[in-house]
Design a protein around this ligand. Sequence first.
Ligand SMILES: Cc1cc2nc3c(=O)[nH]c(=O)nc-3n(C[C@H](O)[C@H](O)[C@H](O)COP(=O)(O)O)c2cc1C
Length: 306
Amino acid sequence: MQSDFDLSVDIGGVKIKNPIITASGTFGYGEEYAPFLDLNALGAIVVKGLSLEPRMGNPPPRIIETASGMLNAIGLQNVGVHAFIEDKLPFLRTFDVPVIANILGDNAEDYQRIAELLNDATGLHGLEVNISCPNVSKGGIAFGSHPEMAMDVVKRVKSVTALPVIVKLTPNVTDVALIAEAVEAAGANAVSLINTITGMSIDIEKRVPHLKNIIGGLSGPAIKPVALRMVWQVANRVSIPVIGIGGIMDANDALEFLIAGATAVQIGTANFINPQASIHILKGIIAFMDRQQIRSVHDLIGTLQC
Ligand SMILES: Cc1cc2nc3c(=O)[nH]c(=O)nc-3n(C[C@H](O)[C@H](O)[C@H](O)COP(=O)(O)O)c2cc1C
């Protein structure tokens, strides 16, 4: 998308032409959305979380709509890192859009191995390390809730990759900025937040949970104020770029995150409502900049007055 405005940003070494990125798990591997929008117009694409081996995910029902949001318990269904490199990456390489691989593991060694495999793949521009998933081998504790465990994962990933490393933080902690500081100290090039907030929903007639998994992750407009608060707190505590995620449905939402200190934003649940949401949001940001006579997006980032 051509414009007279400078929309380019650098997220820890991932140079993108505009600050609009599609969020992991809501945009498949890019090819699912290619019939609906020009992928080249996006700042970057983050693909579905990749594990070492393919995963089938949780049994259904695994999505339920809630007030101003949705709960999902997909269970990290994905094709696995090998099939991603062989079957999905070649398609993405045909576009002029940076591709970021979201990675997940049951233990720290898994993260390291996946990062190692992806380091040799052609056409990747960065890794997003999802430390919001359960650490199965340590009894279901999330890596993202413990600074030392988060640091260990980041150090291992950094030791085997030349790609910029973005660490995706969970909101399900008391002090998210503490985790952000820990991963920055471990060498993270950027942080992204938030992942979903844990929640549940009950069918009162049957008195059963709506989700087979009982608990799911809440996303969409309902979580935006929480996400915005966390992004602002983290942006004030770390020096690395922050990517804002959570309930961004339109340009005004995205602008709030940029003003709060996010260098870029990710669009998630909005893609399910309108596959062209990212493009509308980008156009809305340009219209805002035009109206306010702002030439560079950098004149917006972190400009909150308080
Ligand atoms: C169906 C679904 C699947 C998701 N899968 C992943 C995933 O594989 N890895 C990840 O880091 N985040 C995943 N997420 C979280 C999103 O990337 C995003 O952080 C979250 O949904 C909040 O943004 P939103 O309110 O704009 O959707 C998923 C979210 C949804 C709704």
